[in-house]
Design a binder for this molecule. Structure first.
Ligand SMILES: *Cc1c(COP(=O)(O)O)cnc(C)c1O
Length: 254
């Protein structure tokens, strides 16, 4: 693949984001009992060689949100050879008819975007077929539509705890690890804390209480390039950062 000698220094970018994560984590109020956030480097639309560069800088968790791109990148010979310990997060909208395309992909780590009972059921039975011999579970997050925008996927905040409980009790091949939101873009932090983050934290608290889970054992995936520090201060345990590491993207995505 041809790439212009990049203006983007990926190693420096990752180091800088990790430092900012540490700083935001240090600022987080101590009453919030959540672990230090995991950085998921969002590599959508970016070439394989950038992913390898990030991997060589020590990054292990990567996020993609187009099925076809995930299919190609996870199986790319250079990735397979040079990034044996890579961990892929699917962070895009997943349709039921694409489930079988992604569950067998190498080094699939987590699906962050389970947004309906139907999808959860489909994932559970597909995973069961593949893993009937081992006891491996599929890690998932429930995507919550905290902003209430119609164009956004996710269950309503009021419905998320019930879906969580349903999965825990009935879908034995899924391992629900927590919740995720994208939230509204362009929130002005001068006006106060982001209501999307507050809403997701409330859902998370309700899930912890209903299922008697330790607060630090449930993941909260929120925060992107523009707002990951605010998200961390609010209790995020997974941040998904793309353009601040890999540079701006051509605008094919949402
Ligand atoms: C693209 C994307 C990101 C990363 O966005 P940046 O603003 O580039 O950091 C995070 N999460 C999801 C779900 C995305 O689609």
């Amino acid at each position: 693949m041809i790439r212009m000698m990049t203006e983007v220094n990926i190693k420096a970018g990752i180091e800088s984001i990790l430092r900012r994560i540490d700083e935001a984590y240090a600022r987080r109020p101590t009453h919030i009992k959540a672990p230090k956030p995991l950085l998921v480097a969002v590599s959508k639309t970016k070439p394989v060689e950038m992913i390898i560069e990030a991997y060589q800088a020590g990054q292990r968790h990567f996020g993609e949100n187009y099925v076809q791109e995930l299919v190609e990148k996870t199986q790319h010979p250079d990735i397979l050879q040079q990034c044996p310990d890579i961990k892929w997060h699917f962070i895009g909208h997943l349709q039921n008819n694409k489930i079988n395309k992604i569950l067998k992909l190498p080094n699939l780590y987590m699906i962050q975007t389970v947004d309906s009972e139907k999808l959860a059921t489909g994932l559970n039975s597909a995973w069961q077929k593949i893993h009937s011999d081992d006891n491996k579970l599929l890690s998932i997050l429930i995507q919550v539509n905290t902003s209430g925008e119609e164009a956004k996927n996710g269950v309503l905040p009021s419905e998320a705890p019930a879906l969580y409980k349903h999965i825990t009790e009935n879908l034995k091949y899924l391992q629900p690890e927590g919740v995720m939101t994208i939230g509204a873009f362009g929130f002005d932090y001068a006006t106060g804390p982001n209501p999307d983050f507050i809403s997701l934290i409330n859902v998370y608290k309700e899930i912890c209480e209903q299922n008697t889970l330790e607060p630090d054992s449930v993941q909260v995936s929120m925060g992107m390039s523009d707002d990951f520090e605010n998200a961390i201060e609010g209790g995020s345990t997974i941040v998904r950062v793309g353009s601040a590491i890999f540079g701006f993207r051509a605008k094919k995505n949402v």
